[in-house]
Design a protein around this ligand. Structure first.
Ligand SMILES: Nc1ncnc2c1ncn2[C@@H]1O[C@H](COP(=O)(O)OP(=O)(O)OP(=O)(O)O)[C@@H](O)[C@H]1O
Length: 610
């Protein structure tokens, strides 16, 4: 419990005034409720003295105290539960911010579903503890301290007797709570794993269905679900012991009090009114004691939740940068590239660069020694998995690198303000990831104020004009989650248009034409090139023909440079680039889209099975 409070305190601190005021209302409501047994005691004494007026007076005061107590209880709940909600909002904001800025290896380690589970299930646990949990805890503390003081003042010996079952209870609770903590952690982990599976299945549902993998995925999901159920049942068993145990304590105490106190009243050493008041105090302890079991499990689950959230909260804090200014919008009608003046992309220098993913032992890149000059357009080509994407990822600065390996304009990438650096980037990924919203919103993501004429121009530049005419609502068409309703090629072109409006001067393009037919890819690249004048461009390509329009070509193999040069030199060098180019040309002549279906025999390129 202390651990949870320690984790919670930094989040509660900004709301401490509301919290204090809520606690004062709790104190007031309990003081009013505490007056009830004392008034009852007075009323019984008045009955014994046949003083009916005094009885009526006490009854009226009891009604008043109950009403005021209820009102102050409502007030305390409103304030502290509101505080819980505010803590939840603050935490969610921080978590989201840290995730947005998290380095890429973090996402390699954790699945999306697991992260979503942390931001939903675990956050809910924290909200529960910061709201209801805190109200109940403060209430229990206040009730215990006030009521016990009153009981000790009224009848010290009886109090000790009545408290005897509580000592046994504490011992039992300690044992049970260890189990609760253990199973809480396991169920929360399992829930994260289940969310991961759901996320994967939904994201990949089209491939799953077309490959007929549903039964297999269902079986895997059932197994994970069954494991979760087993732990959840074990958790429920442990928790179910707590409440009955708590509910036994007060009746046992009452029995002891009745047995010993009753004899004292008969012997004349205790007033009847004192015994009745004492019992009323003991009854007042029943509810907080019952709640104590629930509070304990709540705090334990929150401790696990905090541990899971900490993984995200421990990520480096996002620097308090001013919000990025929206991309400048050229005057209407002016071609985007010229209207805003020339751009000068950075010079990139790779010096003995080596890189391995955390999950792999061997390096996927390096050693690489390369210089890409400012304003140069460099094509990266090579067989699948040769490291093209990995190199582009490193250039985005998302993967931390040891110093001395990658320099941007002569400065080590580690010493740059990454926020500033990323503002220079226009990145297009292989799959052209889009955001939910309309096509126009996706195109103008970086510059929402772009005028309509400018958007139309952009649509032409990325060869989307014909597609647009076929879409039901044109630019206003919704693209669905991640661009679900668009084809792969359409997604790639929207992503390119979005990058154009961002106006970065370092372009990192990961095979952005892979889903396009040869003619469209050629036309698009021809139209794009002038727009990128002055920018440094690194373009990974699976279709090598497009590399002929680059300034420089780098052929990678297993993470190293196999050959490099101008396209013209490489075309005539008889090396890997020339061979790939010939394969591709032959595939086109034969009407095959896939150049990999062609193999090399004795220096000649032949088509498989032809
Ligand atoms: N996030 C990752 N975690 C671990 N290994 C990875 C990760 N991404 C890529 N790899 C590995 O790095 C190697 C290079 O992959 P990369 O995606 O850079 O190749 P590529 O040349 O872009 O391939 P393709 O042409 O198929 O897109 C591969 O062996 C791949 O398994």
């Amino acid at each position: 419990m202390l651990l949870t409070l320690r984790c919670l305190w930094p989040w509660l601190q900004p709301h401490r005034v509301v919290l204090l005021s809520g606690s004062l209302w709790i104190l007031l409501s309990n003081l009013l409720l505490l007056s009830l047994p004392l008034l009852l005691r007075q009323a019984i004494a008045a009955i014994e003295q046949h003083d009916w007026n005094q009885v009526r007076f006490c009854a009226a005061l009891m009604v008043l105290a109950t009403l005021l107590g209820a009102l102050s209880r409502v007030q305390s709940r409103l304030q502290i539960l509101g505080c819980g909600r505010r803590v939840e909002v603050d935490l969610r904001r921080q978590l989201f911010g840290r995730l947005l800025d998290a380095p890429a290896p973090f996402f390699d380690r954790l699945g999306t579903g697991d992260l979503i589970s942390r931001l939903t299930n675990d956050l809910t646990q924290v909200r529960m503890v910061a709201g209801f949990g805190l109200v109940s805890l403060i209430n229990a503390l206040v009730v215990y301290s006030l009521t016990l003081t009153a009981m000790l003042w009224l009848a010290p010996l009886l109090s000790l007797l009545a408290l005897l079952p509580f000592v046994l209870l504490l011992w039992a609770v300690k044992r049970i709570s260890r189990q609760v903590l253990h199973y809480s952690a396991r169920t929360q982990e399992q829930l994260g794993g289940l969310s991961d599976r759901v996320d994967e299945a939904f994201n990949g549902q089209r491939s799953l269905r077309s490959a007929g993998f549903e039964p297999l995925v269902q079986r895997q999901f059932d197994a994970a679900n069954a494991a979760y159920l087993a732990d959840a049942e074990a958790l429920a068993r442990s928790r179910s012991l707590l409440v009955p145990l708590m509910s036994l304590v007060t009746p046992v105490g009452l029995l002891l009090v009745l047995f010993v106190g009753g004899r004292q009243v008969i012997a004349g050493s205790l007033q009847l009114g004192d015994l009745v008041a004492f019992n009323a105090f003991l009854v007042q302890l029943a509810m907080p004691t019952l709640m104590l079991g629930w509070i304990l499990t709540l705090f334990q689950r929150a401790a696990t939740a905090f541990e899971r959230l900490d993984l995200v909260l421990q990520l480096p804090a996002v620097a308090a940068h001013p919000p990025a200014p929206p991309a400048p919008v050229p005057p209407c009608g002016a071609p985007a590239a010229e209207a805003l003046g020339p751009r000068s992309g950075p010079t990139l220098r790779l010096q003995g660069l080596r890189f391995a993913y955390e999950s792999q032992r061997t390096a996927v890149l390096g050693p690489l020694d390369l210089t890409i000059a400012s304003g140069q357009c460099v094509a990266l080509v090579g067989p699948v998995a040769c490291g093209k994407t990995s190199l582009l990822r490193l250039l985005t600065g998302r993967y931390p690198l040891p110093p001395g390996m990658l320099f941007i304009d002569g400065r080590d990438i580690g010493s740059l303000d990454l926020e500033d650096y990323r503002r220079r980037l226009s990145v297009v990924l292989q799959e052209g990831q889009l955001f939910s919203g309309s096509l126009a919103q996706n195109l103008t993501f970086a510059a929402p104020a772009t005028p309509a004429e400018q958007i139309d121009e952009l649509v032409r530049q990325v060869c989307l004009d014909e597609d647009l005419a076929r879409l039901p609502a044109g630019l206003a068409s919704r693209v669905g989650e991640g661009g679900l309703t668009l084809s792969g090629g359409q997604r790639q072109r929207v992503a390119l248009g979005r990058a154009l409006l961002r106006r970065g001067d370092l372009w990192l393009l990961d095979d952005p034409f892979s889903h396009l037919d040869g003619a469209t890819a050629d036309r698009l690249w021809r139209q794009l090139r002038p727009q990128l004048a002055g920018c440094t461009v690194v373009l990974a390509l699976s279709r090598v023909r497009l590399a002929c329009q680059a300034d420089w070509v780098i052929c990678l193999e297993q993470g190293r440079v196999r050959e490099q040069g101008t396209p013209a030199t490489l075309q005539h060098s008889g090396g890997d680039f020339a061979r790939r180019l010939r394969q591709e040309q032959l595939a086109e002549e034969l009407g095959t889209n896939d150049a990999s279906s062609l193999s090399r025999q004795g220096g000649e390129v032949v088509a498989d099975g032809r």
